[in-house]
Write a protein that binds this ligand. Structure first.
Ligand code: SIN
Length: 323
């Protein structure tokens, strides 16, 4: 842990990602994520002098490999720091690939009344066009903003709510979208310009419930299945078969999120398999595989919809509801 200066604290938690990645040369497009420590990423940046800075390395991973242990460690550190009266806000450096899942998880569980700002980069720290330093400065602007609260993502000058943010591009620096909900705001030359309100959760978890989730050995197993042309029932039948789970040493499936077609429609082959799964006690939620829009409920719907959450976020919501 490293600290600097006096006053209210901004705590920076490092988890790895491209923002901490390195390549052999400034123009080399092949790089390895999660190489530089968070303190090194902050060194030399013109950060706000009015805050004491604390940095902590919670993990050092490529976020495609995000797992329960890292999420739990991050949850515990966030819970710890957010409870300190002298802490103004948290900044979390994270890979872009599962950023939206971590952001949603932290908002859903912590519903923080202080800002928790996740930031990232699409180019490694050693790149000639490294975007991490500016993203960090923008994240600090949001972290220092009076009245800010909730979990947000700051990338390419845009502020996204944890509920709506999705990685939408494989390569461009401005890789995230909030879809038709729209960005929360922008950071323009260090100033926060807000278009919408900061994120607020409908459900609030008690600190001991968060602690329990942060320490559970496993979370309820929820899988995502895709409805597509010529799909068969076999995938769902295999997923929910207790003997198959046991053979692979996996816990039984407790929930399924279907990334459905269009406005939540399912291939008839999946409908039948899902009915069998439900008869076994498996919970089913429908999200859409469409990049834009959400599943709008219709009278007589057989399966609950994901309330606007993408399949990966709906999976987390269902897991949390099953704990
Ligand atoms: C990662 O998600 O850790 C690697 C990719 C990225 O940060 O852009």
């Amino acid at each position: 842990m490293q600290t600097r200066s006096q006053g209210k604290k901004i705590v920076v938690l490092g988890t790895g990602g491209t923002i901490a990645g390195t390549a052999a040369s400034p123009t080399d497009r092949a790089y390895v994520a999660a190489q530089k420590g968070v303190a090194e990423l902050l060194a030399g940046l013109p950060l706000p002098q009015s805050f004491e800075l604390v940095s902590e390395q919670v993990a050092q991973i490529d976020s495609k490999d995000m797992d329960l242990g890292v999420w739990q460690a991050l949850l515990r550190r966030c819970q710890h720091w957010l409870a300190q009266p002298e802490v103004q806000s948290l900044v979390i450096t994270h890979g872009t690939d599962t950023l939206e899942e971590t952001a949603y998880l932290l908002q859903a569980l912590l519903a923080p009344t202080k800002p928790v700002v996740l930031t990232c980069a699409m180019r490694p720290a050693t790149a000639i066009d490294a975007d991490g330093p500016q993203n960090l400065l923008d994240a600090f602007a949001v972290a220092a903003e009076p009245g800010a609260h909730g979990v947000v993502v700051v990338c390419a000058g845009r502020i996204h709510s944890a509920f709506d943010v999705q990685k939408a591009h494989t390569w461009q620096l401005d890789a995230f979208t909030s879809g038709e909900a729209g960005d929360l705001g922008q950071v323009v030359q260090g100033r926060v310009v807000l278009w919408r309100n900061w994120p607020v959760s409908a459900v609030e978890y008690a600190p001991d419930a968060i602690e329990k989730i942060a320490n559970l050995a496993t979370w309820p197993r929820v899988e995502i299945v895709l409805s597509h042309a010529a799909v068969t029932a076999a995938t769902i039948d295999a997923l929910v078969a207790p003997d198959v789970a046991a053979r692979f040493g996996a816990p039984p499936v407790r929930g399924l999120v279907v990334a459905a077609t269009g406005n939540g429609t399912l291939h008839q082959a999946l409908e039948v398999a899902l009915q069998r799964a439900v008869a076994q006690g498996v919970r089913v939620v429908r999200a859409t595989r469409c990049a834009q829009g959400r599943v709008w409920p219709r009278p007589g719907d057989a399966w609950p919809d994901s309330q606007g959450l993408s399949p990966v976020k709906a999976r987390l919501a269902l897991m949390l509801s099953l704990v």
